[in-house]
Design a protein around this ligand. Structure first.
Ligand code: CTP
Ligand code: CA
Length: 224
C-alpha cells in the first residue's frame, strides 16, 4: 500500500555496506589498526534495512550488535574485506564506510617477533592494500550508486572532491574529523556529488544514517 511504500523507499534494493576498521596482522599476536568504531557504518546498515532494502554488512573487527534485518560478514584485514565485498555483488547501492588500513605488513611473521638482546629494533616494512572502493568502481558489477566516505581534518570538501574523481565514486560523504568524531556519536558531513557539495549540519550518527538513506532513495527515484 502507498503509505508502506513511502516509508520503505529502498524496497527490493540490495545495499552493501562496509564498516569498522581493518586489522592487518604483523605476527600471531600483533596487528596494525585504526580508531574507527564502526558506529556510522552500522547505523547506515540499520537505516537501509528499515527502508526496506536487503542489506549486506561487511564488518571489520568491532564490538557492535548486528542491526535487525542485516546480513553480516565479519572480516579482519583489507584483503579479506575486498573478497567479502566482491562475493556480495551485485548490489544496487554500495556505501563504503569502513576505515580500511592503507598499508599492511609486507611480511607476516609466522612466529611472534622476539626482542633482540642487542637492543636492535626490528624494521616494519609496509605494503599498500587494495583500494576496495576504487576496485568496485572499475568492476563489471559496479553498483549503480557507489558511495565512499572520507574522514578529513582540513580542506574537507576540496579533499573529498579530489577523492571522488580519483576513486570513481558517485558520491563522497566527507566527514569533518577535526573535532572529536572517531568513536563519538555525532558527525558533520558534506555530500560531494558530481554537481557540488551539500553541507549538512552536525547531527547524531543515527540521524546522518537516516538522512543519507533518504537521500539515496531520492537519487534512485529521481536520478538526482
Ligand atoms: N577505501 C577503500 N579501500 C582502501 C582505502 C580506502 O575502499 N584501501 C575507501 C574507504 O572505505 C572510503 C574511501 O575509500 O570509502 C576513502 O577512504 P580514505 O582513507 O579517505 O581515502 P584514501 O584514498 O585512502 O586517502 P587518504 O590518504 O586520505 O587516507
Ligand atoms: Ca586511507
Amino acid at each position: 500500500d502507498f503509505a508502506a511504500e513511502k516509508h520503505r523507499p529502498l524496497y527490493g534494493k540490495h545495499v552493501l555496506v562496509t564498516a569498522g576498521p581493518t586489522h592487518e596482522p604483523i605476527d600471531p599476536v600483533r596487528y596494525i589498526a585504526n580508531r574507527s568504531s564502526g558506529k556510522q557504518g552500522f547505523a547506515i546498515a540499520a537505516a537501509a534495512a528499515q527502508a526496506g532494502a536487503r542489506v549486506t554488512l561487511v564488518a571489520g573487527p568491532v564490538q557492535l550488535e548486528t542491526p535487525a534485518g542485516v546480513d553480516r560478514f565479519d572480516v579482519e584485514s583489507a584483503r579479506e574485506m575486498l573478497a567479502a565485498v566482491e562475493a556480495a555483488l551485485p548490489a544496487d547501492v554500495a556505501v563504503m564506510v569502513a576505515a580500511v588500513a592503507d598499508w599492511r605488513a609486507a611480511d607476516l611473521a609466522e612466529q611472534k617477533i622476539k626482542k633482540d638482546s642487542s637492543g636492535e629494533v626490528p624494521p616494519l616494512a609496509l605494503a599498500e592494500n587494495p583500494d576496495i572502493l576504487a576496485t568496485l568502481a572499475k568492476s563489471p558489477q559496479r553498483p549503480g550508486l557507489l558511495i565512499g566516505f572520507a574522514a578529513e581534518t582540513e580542506n574537507v570538501v576540496a579533499h573529498a572532491t579530489a577523492k571522488r574523481a580519483r576513486k570513481g565514486a558517485d558520491w563522497i560523504v566527507a566527514n569533518d574529523v577535526s573535532g572529536d568524531v572517531m568513536g563519538g556519536d555525532a558527525n558533520t558531513v558534506h555530500i560531494v556529488t558530481a554537481v557540488g557539495s551539500e553541507d549538512w549540519p552536525a547531527m547524531p550518527k543515527a540521524q546522518v544514517a537516516r538522512a543519507l538513506i533518504e537521500r539515496i532513495g531520492q537519487e534512485i527515484e529521481t536520478g538526482n
